[in-house]
Design a protein around this ligand. Structure first.
Ligand code: ATP
Length: 245
């Protein structure tokens, strides 16, 4: 069986002393891979490269065993949610439906998906509200509804909870976990929060200095750091729970 999503030998120099290098990364369908690492290790660069917003100088990306026919075909299968919801200055409804309309989906299908995802994320009552007048939590729910309505082959999440207060974040964790169970949306989440990564990921990856240096079942990674640098990072980020879960 071919992996649902696979990356090989991806190189992307970004700063004089920073190069992203992913030797191999693969995700099975429905998997939630959480990648965690310190500031500046390249988490955002990784997602921007996988979203084809930044162009790697080298590397191969396959979806369901195939090289995408072209950039547009690839991008249309990917959805990206960032820490800043980046909503357009129009209604919530327009924010959620615009991408679907761009893709030329029939109007009833656009409506069905938008209604479904607004309802599913508990924001249907905000459909006609200006997106610029939302709270942080509501805005992130709109951003997620917009991404999920695209029914992406791969959902990329870059610190989507980082700007939210703890109760808002908890509610979103719970809703997203239910959505993942129902839809089996293959997801790559990057975060600097080890506890978040451990809770949400079906698999956990550790990124240091532009490379994914360890990957595995969350509890296994936390129990057995691959080398001193990973050990030091885990200890620093989660002094108690990482080693005594
Ligand atoms: N717009 C940019 N132009 C040039 N270099 C950048 C830019 N953004 C980030 N970098 C550099 O790329 C490297 C990786 O940064 P990146 O933002 O991907 O890391 P990160 O793990 O997401 O960090 P953080 O957790 O702080 O967001 C760093 O050396 C950073 O200085």
């Amino acid at each position: 069986m071919k992996p649902w999503f696979e990356v090989r030998d991806l190189y992307l120099p970004r700063a004089p002393h920073f190069t992203l290098h992913v030797e191999h990364l693969s995700l099975e369908r429905g998997e939630v891979l959480a990648i965690v690492g310190p500031n500046g290790c390249g988490k955002s660069t990784l997602l921007l490269a996988l979203a084809h917003i930044l162009k790697p100088v080298q590397g191969e990306i396959r979806l369901n065993g195939h090289l995408p026919a072209n950039d547009l075909a690839y991008r249309r299968q990917i959805a990206l949610v960032l820490q800043d919801a980046l909503l357009l200055n129009t209604s919530v409804w327009n924010n959620v439906t615009l991408g679907l309309r761009f893709r030329g989906l029939p109007r009833p299908e656009v409506r069905r998906r938008a209604e479904y995802w607004l309802e599913r994320l508990g924001i249907r009552h905000l459909a006609h509200w200006p997106a610029t007048k939302l709270s942080g939590g509501e805005a992130q729910r709109v951003s997620l509804a917009r991404a999920l309505a695209l029914e992406p082959a791969l959902l990329l999440l870059d610190e989507p909870f980082a700007a939210l207060d703890a109760p808002t974040r908890e509610r979103l964790y719970t809703d997203l976990q239910a959505i993942w169970r129902e839809t089996q949306t293959t997801t790559l989440l990057v975060t600097h929060d080890l506890e978040e990564a451990r809770r949400l990921g079906t698999r956990l990856g550790i990124m240091l200095a532009g490379r994914i240096v360890q990957m595995g079942a969350p509890e296994e990674v936390l129990a057995r750091a691959a080398g001193e640098q990973v050990g030091a990072y885990l200890k620093h980020s989660h002094p108690k729970r990482a080693f005594n879960p």
